[in-house]
Design a protein around this ligand. Structure first.
Ligand code: C5P
Length: 404
């Protein structure tokens, strides 16, 4: 379940063509279980009618501080007191300048000014032309808004409605949703660097053929996302998978086990936690042919010899930082049966404090899973749930272990 579920958010729209994304954001927030109260400036109403946002939010939209629907005629007070957060998306250059000076000549800025600072965070998603964005006035305002405790989201980069290309687009609705979810997630891994491996490896036989496996990478990607939401800086070393990079995560793409080891060793120095979810090939062809091996019609089949791949997890766990516990190492075990016995034996063999067992065939490629957390004192089950929900639980568990 999203950390946003049950929250009440005031979604403010100032004037800009990006309001079409706000409609999508409104819909996505409602889908995530948020009650959304939309407030629009007069400028926003030039780009979209309140009717659209009323239909999407399921609540009447407020556009004026003189709204007679409020018994005390104080919409700015009433709306801001009920909110878990105010999100202004899009936040135009003008609206940000107004916020900065405490301007309050219409409902949205008035409400932002009137919000209880200690209870109602203000999050703004800027949207404007690239020249307006890079103008020193705007950049100065962004710095000051941040210094004032306002959470200013990044801007996107690319084609703009005016026909120019550059920085200043409003983030996409799903990116804002992701940042809002991160905003509300307790920062149990603040200041920690987390390194995750995910997906299969691919061991080349020749330039067009190779050996791989059915790992989808979903569990590792979910863990990387959960760690980032929990405040960690996250590096995700991924084998060949077709999954989008979780927002805010640094991704390093590799193919083979040897490349994965190299990438992991490079990033392990700075990491506090290493979580190995990758399904690394146990063996690779002893020789990878430079050219495609041709079928010549003679009926003679190529003979493949294999060499064992390095064990990435064991190498890192048994390195000085891993062995001392300075780098907390977590392994995964995909088994088909006797999960507890195999996971317990694997934990000792790899030399890791925590090993997470799952039943491989029941989870490969699926969106859900069940986990068995095995440490020196025993085992704890995390019952079947979505991989994302399990990732959040696992990250919470690891965070507690780091404080012991
Ligand atoms: O030995 P097995 O492959 O079952 O071990 C699984 C655990 O070890 C996983 O955490 C996996 O990411 C890691 N591993 C590794 N390098 C290997 C083999 C497995 O890091 N060569």
């Amino acid at each position: 379940m999203s950390t946003l579920a049950g929250k009440h958010i005031v979604l403010g729209l100032s004037g800009g063509i990006a309001v079409f994304k706000s409609a999508e954001l409104c819909r996505a927030l409602v889908k995530a279980g948020v009650t959304v109260q939309v407030v629009m400036t007069e400028a926003a109403e030039h780009f979209m009618t309140a009717v659209t946002l009323q239909a999407l939010s399921g609540r009447p939209v407020y556009t004026s501080q003189w709204d007679p629907r409020e018994a005390n005629n104080m919409a700015h007070i009433n709306l801001s007191r009920e909110a878990d957060a105010i999100v202004v998306a899009p936040a135009s250059a003008d609206f940000m300048a107004k916020l900065l000076h405490g301007g309050a000549d219409e409902l949205l800025s008035l409400m932002c000014l009137a919000r209880p600072l200690d209870k109602v965070p203000l999050i703004v998603a800027p949207a404007m032309n690239r020249e307006m964005w890079s103008n020193p006035a705007t950049q100065r305002n962004v710095l000051q808004l941040k210094a004032d405790g306002i959470h200013v989201l990044d801007v996107g980069q690319g084609d703009q409605a005016c026909g120019e290309t550059g920085d200043g687009r409003m983030l996409e609705a799903e990116e804002i949703l992701e940042d809002l979810e991160a905003f509300f997630t307790p920062k149990v891994l603040a200041g920690k660097a987390v390194l995750v491996t995910a997906g299969p490896t691919y061991e080349a036989i020749d330039p067009v053929r190779g050996i791989t496996n059915l790992s989808s990478g979903k569990m590792g990607f979910a863990i990387a996302r959960a760690a980032r939401m929990a405040g960690a800086s996250v590096t995700l070393v991924a084998g060949p998978v077709h999954l989008p990079t979780p927002r805010g995560v640094q991704r390093v793409d590799v193919r083979s086990a040897c490349q994965m080891l190299e990438a992991v060793q490079l990033h392990a120095h700075a990491a506090h936690v290493f979580i190995a979810t990758a399904a690394v090939a146990d063996w690779r062809p002893a020789h990878s042919a430079d050219q495609k091996i041709k079928k010549d019609g003679s009926g003679v089949t190529p003979q493949l010899n294999f060499v064992e791949n390095p064990d990435i997890l064991a190498t890192i766990a048994q390195s000085p930082r891993g062995a001392s516990g300075e780098l907390f190492c977590v392994g995964f075990a995909a088994e088909s049966h006797d999960l507890l016995a195999h996971a317990t034996a694997k934990r000792l063999r790899k030399g890791v404090p925590l090993l997470v067992g799952n039943i491989g065939p029941a989870t490969f490629g699926q969106d859900d899973n069940a986990l068995l957390l095995v440490d020196q004192s025993g085992a704890r089950e995390l019952p079947r749930a979505s991989k994302q929900a399990l990732a959040v639980q696992l990250i919470g568990d690891i965070a507690v272990r780091l404080t012991r």
